[in-house]
Design a protein around this ligand. Structure first.
Ligand code: NAD
Ligand code: WQD
Length: 341
């Protein structure tokens, strides 16, 4: 067996979740072998059936907490080429109610996992960070060198803390573990097959799942949080990107790490274009022909007015940029919602 024939197993923690499941598809399409570790605290086992229908085979799956060293032994029995660490709790509001849970699962588990990766001699780690590390950006579009603002929530703090922790781990290992910190803007959409997508458990906190559930009649209407912002149409601006574009960025980051042994860099992942809530509603209506029942309500506490990415570093270094339009994102999100409803 030559070096090229050795399967490149990629540990995907949180791989049954929204972004992780789409990344498992992109990894497979690029010739990697995803190995999903997910204790299903925020996902369902049916995701693995959806993946099987897309890929034509069952993905290796371990239903364990990624911080459980004993449970993770089975994963490391066969060599692991790289890891993508998605597993985390991600609800901003919940993090305010249960900060201890967020510190423990997001920071604690990242520390444990990184220790395991270093012990196993894994060379590449891609970490799920967030544009939330920038807070209310002082200049737009926001680049990677923008100041990291004091966190607006315990969740946001955990992403900042993990980035710092990984910086120390990188230094301690003298670069043996190369690390890419991926700062996602607003991922939306679903796989065009509608076999996998976002599965919000309970009432969705994010715009697009709330919007699609409102159109499906599961919610009476969408409340647009604030129409009095000093933006062109009064509503907040975000950088929405298709989850399949985001998934492909993970493959690009992994390939970049393979070619830049021991490097550590942060990358913004977004389209580079801001869209307002009103524009999202109108793009949804254009893409699907369905009206979005909505009303205008108060501002949501903690919301930043506008943020969108300068994603040129990802384009220059990773050769990655988004390919799918906002309409495509919303058409795919709707196809997925129709299947769920
Ligand atoms: P998700 O909740 O759909 O997926 C996370 C998965 O991790 C879930 O399947 C959950 O069961 C699993 N999990 C959580 N803790 C675990 C643990 N200790 N061990 C094993 N499995 C565990 O979330 P997502 O939207 O796919 O987000 C993935 C990552 O991206 C998270 O780190 C999140 O903070 C980050 N992120 C998400 C967004 C977004 O808008 N979705 C934006 C920026 C960053
Ligand atoms: C988008 C826009 C709302 C719901 C959050 C986290 C962030 C990141 C992504 C992980 C805003 C408006 C929303 C609704 C609305 N996650 N909205 N009515 O706030 O950009 O970011 O998810 O890292 O950390 O904070 O995303 O989808 O909640 O909101 O009007 O019912 O939609 O005000 O302008 P957000 P979102």
């Amino acid at each position: 067996m030559s070096q090229n024939d050795i399967p490149r197993r990629i540990l995907v923690t949180g791989g049954a979740g929204f972004i992780g499941s789409h990344t498992a598809v992109a990894l497979t399409e690029a010739g990697y072998v995803p190995v999903i570790v997910d204790d299903l605290r925020n996902s369902r086992p049916e995701v693995l059936d959806g993946l099987e229908r897309i890929l034509g085979h069952r993905v290796e799956f371990h239903a364990v907490d990624c911080a459980d060293e004993e449970g993770m032994k089975a994963v490391f029995k066969t060599p692991v080429h790289g890891a993508i660490h998605f597993a985390a709790d991600k609800a901003v509001g919940e993090s305010v109610e249960a900060p201890e849970q967020y510190f423990s699962n997001n920071i604690g588990a990242t520390a444990k996992l990184t220790q395991m990766l270093r012990k196993a001699g894994v060379q590449h780690l891609v970490f799920s960070s967030s544009c939330t590390v920038y807070g209310e950006a002082t200049a737009l579009p926001v680049g990677e060198t923008a100041p990291i603002q004091p966190a607006a929530s315990p969740y946001g703090f955990t992403k900042q803390a993990c980035e710092t922790l990984l910086g120390y781990s990188h230094a301690a290992g003298q670069g043996e573990l190369g690390i890419a910190l991926l700062r996602y803007f607003n991922p939306i959409g679903a796989h065009p097959s509608a076999e996998i997508g976002e599965l919000p458990i309970g009432t969705p906190a994010n715009l697009v799942p709330f919007l699609t559930q409102s159109v499906a009649g599961l919610r009476s209407e969408l409340t647009v949080f604030g129409e009095d912002y000093p933006t062109a149409d009064g509503t907040c601006i975000r950088d929405y990107l298709h989850v399949c574009d985001l998934a492909e960025a993970h493959v690009a980051a992994l390939q970049w790490l393979e070619g830049h042994s021991g490097a550590m860099e942060a990358f913004n992942l977004g389209t580079g274009k801001g869209s307002s809530v009103k524009e999202v509603i109108s793009a949804f209506e254009t893409a699907t022909g369905r009206a979005v029942p909505h009303r205008f309500g108060d501002r949501r506490p903690g919301d930043v007015m506008a943020i969108y990415a300068d994603a040129s570093k990802a384009e220059d270094l990773l050769g990655w940029r988004t390919k799918r339009s906002l309409e495509e994102c919303l058409a795919d999100a709707w196809r997925w919602q129709e299947k769920l409803a």
